[in-house]
Design a protein around this ligand. Structure first.
Ligand SMILES: Nc1ncnc2c1ncn2[C@@H]1O[C@H](COP(=O)(O)OP(=O)(O)OP(=O)(O)O)[C@@H](O)[C@H]1O
Length: 615
């Protein structure tokens, strides 16, 4: 026999060090993690037996068996799942493959009592064994293999792997319990933990004692039972097992579809974001079962990416049991199920978003998942109008969140468009000069702060037949809208010959640097601002594209000037022959600064500023 000693990956060592020395708030979660791994391994084997029976080996009943040995002070968790070969033992139990562990470690640092209950969420659940054990031995025999291997470690930097004896397929984890973890030898304590965390596991969890072996969980798939046969506690425990969220979900959907398409589903809309919500994979988290047999948690077509926060299970009666992952791609049944689920989820959200429903609950949900749901505005043509109705915005005239219907109801006489302003934050947008004219007339502007907003907005065009109009693009025609308290819009002031002459002189100075110079209707306090011409890339989008190196040249902007501002009136009165170059360039630079983009030539800017100050 050869015993090989290997070092843990540095991140694992760090994690184990924290695990071993922490004070725990809920260390019984180790059992949930190990049982969940064991159940996953059985699910994987069941799928293998259906799709590649030649690799599966002999049939065995699927079960997870717990055995406590009071004398040896050990607790074992054994399964008849897919098992691991030598390489898998080393890779799965010695390294951390998934990202996000760093984040988990961060949540654990500091002196506070450690919350390990989230450990499984970060894909490192196995290591929670070291919360209760000072030595862990894993023996495993992979499906179809003749030999077995044993992995062993005290969690202090290294582990060993050697050949082992094991008569049948599967994995057995033996925990040598720490002195203070003897409670996990007690039959009642084990039963209580299993009932709390693992009752929903759809295969039997057995407790073996000297006298007898008994099944200690309900072992039936919750989602296939009738709604009235499932208690609120069972549903909640299932939700917690999926999300690690101890609070109630925002919404629960227990669906039973019958007729042309037969499936059941138990889906949850959570309140809190999972840590990987914005990773590039944008993977959803709904598991696919076929007649209670787990098939995959990676059926891309089952749920659109813009609903990737939905958690739960879908169980189809129409797909074949031996459906392969390839067959699930572009599968018409899966597509129909998805379309049904999306309708149900959106219907539920519409109920929750109704004006007479609990506002704060919907807004909390919106704050967590609004940016994801908005991806649907861009991606899902069919459901676009429904999603638009669910969308909430911050606004220039209201506290809290507003809907488009609210906005349209408040539009001013003469107002034709829904005005929007984009930026990094509500504060940054609120401070922008582009809003001055809107504010002066009491016209509401919706604030858009999510990067996705720049992408869906051009696709949408209108809501309730009102076009969307960015306050930083095009010529804002506020002249037709009456200010608060006024009957009619004020007459537009005529452009005086002096002002027209100033505009010509400015155009002459700027040459090709700007696209145009014109009188602004949106400025009341500031002297100048830059806007995007109709049809050009809007200002905020340009900034975003540049941050991602997706833009190689600057779009030319229109400079708007405020004819009532003292600086502009002074320039208007300046004799035509006087040079206004420095002032003109300083105004343009100022417009760039206000917009949050760098001045074009910092040295020239400084020189001009000094020269003006020195006069
Ligand atoms: N009983 C088992 N049988 C077979 N493989 C196992 C077993 N326990 C763990 N593994 C393997 O070890 C890997 C690591 O387990 P760990 O609990 O640390 O994370 P995970 O299970 O991948 O994450 P998550 O808990 O989010 O599913 C698993 O992905 C699985 O491949």
């Amino acid at each position: 026999m050869t015993t090989e000693t290997l070092a843990f990956q540095a991140e694992v060592s760090r994690l184990l060090d924290i695990v071993a020395h922490a004070l725990y708030s809920e260390r019984d979660v180790f059992l949930r993690e190990l049982i969940s791994n064991a159940a996953d391994a059985c699910d994987k084997h069941r799928y293998l037996a259906l799709t590649e029976p030649e690799k599966a080996g002999p049939a065995l009943d699927y079960a997870v068996t717990l055995t406590a040995d009071a004398e040896a002070k050990t607790l074992t968790i054994a399964d008849t799942g897919i098992g691991m070969d030598r390489m898998e033992l080393v890779e799965n139990l010695g390294t951390i493959a998934r990202s996000g562990t760093g984040k988990f470690l961060e949540t654990l640092s500091g002196d506070a009592k450690k919350d390990f209950s989230l450990i499984g969420q970060f894909g490192v659940g196995f290591y929670s064994a070291f919360m209760v054990a000072d030595k862990v031995r894993v023996t495993s025999r992979k499906a179809g293999a003749a030999e077995a291997f044993a992995w062993e470690s005290d969690g202090r930097g290294s582990f060993t792997v050697a050949e082992a004896d094991q008569a049948t397929r599967g994995t057995t984890i033996t925990l040598h319990l720490k002195e203070d973890a003897a409670e996990f030898l007690d039959e009642w304590r084990l039963k209580e933990v299993v009932r709390r965390y693992s009752d929903h596991i759809a295969l039997p969890i057995k407790l073996q004692t000297a006298e007898k072996t008994e099944t200690i969980n309900a072992a039936s798939a919750l989602w296939t039972r009738a709604k009235n046969e499932v208690t609120a506690e069972q549903t909640k425990a299932f939700y917690e097992s999926l999300t690690y969220d101890k609070d109630d979900p925002f919404a629960t959907l227990h669906i039973k579809a019958e007729g042309a398409l037969e499936y059941s589903a138990l889906l949850f809309l959570p309140n809190k974001r999972p840590p990987d919500l914005f990773t590039p994979e944008r993977q959803h988290r709904v598991k696919l079962y076929v007649r209670r047999v787990f098939i995959t948690d990676d059926c891309k077509d089952l749920m659109p990416t813009w609903l990737r926060f939905v958690q739960g299970v879908v169980d189809s009666a129409d797909l074949p049991l031996n459906v392969s992952r390839e067959m699930l791609q572009n599968n018409p049944t899966v597509r129909k199920i998805r379309s049904g689920l999306v309708k149900k989820i959106l219907g539920e959200l519409e109920k929750k978003a109704k004006p007479d429903a609990d506002h704060s609950a919907y807004e909390k949900f919106w704050e967590a998942f609004g940016p994801v749901l908005k991806e649907g505005l861009y991606e899902d043509f069919e459901n676009r109008q429904t999603i638009l109705g669910l969308t909430r915005f911050r606004s220039s005239t209201q506290d809290g969140w507003v809907s488009l219907a609210d906005y349209v109801g408040r539009m001013k006489p003469g107002q034709k468009a829904i005005y929007t302003a984009s930026g990094e934050s509500v504060e940054a947008i609120a401070a922008s000069p582009h809003l001055e004219g809107f504010r002066a007339k009491g016209i509401e502007v919706l604030y858009l702060t999510d990067p996705i907003d720049e992408f869906w907005l051009p696709m949408i065009g209108t809501f309730d037949e009102k076009p969307f109009q960015s306050v930083t693009r095009g010529a804002a025609d506020l002249g037709e809208i009456a200010a608060d308290g006024e009957e009619k819009p004020a007459e537009k002031p005529e452009t005086t010959p002096d002002l027209a002459a100033l505009i010509d002189r400015l155009k002459g100075v700027y040459g090709e640097t700007v696209k145009d110079v014109r009188v602004s209707q949106r400025l009341t306090d500031s002297a100048v601002c830059l806007v995007a011409d109709e049809g050009d890339v809007d200002l905020h989008l340009e900034k975003l594209l540049r941050q991602h190196q997706r833009l190689d040249r600057d779009a030319k902007r229109v400079l708007e000037i405020n004819p009532t501002h003292p600086v502009i009136t002074k320039l208007t009165g300046t004799p035509a022959e006087a040079a206004i170059d420095d002032a003109a360039w300083l105004l343009l630079d100022q417009a760039h600064i206000l917009e949050g983009t760098p001045v074009r030539d910092a040295r020239a800017f400084a020189r001009r500023l000094e020269s003006v100050l020195g006069r």
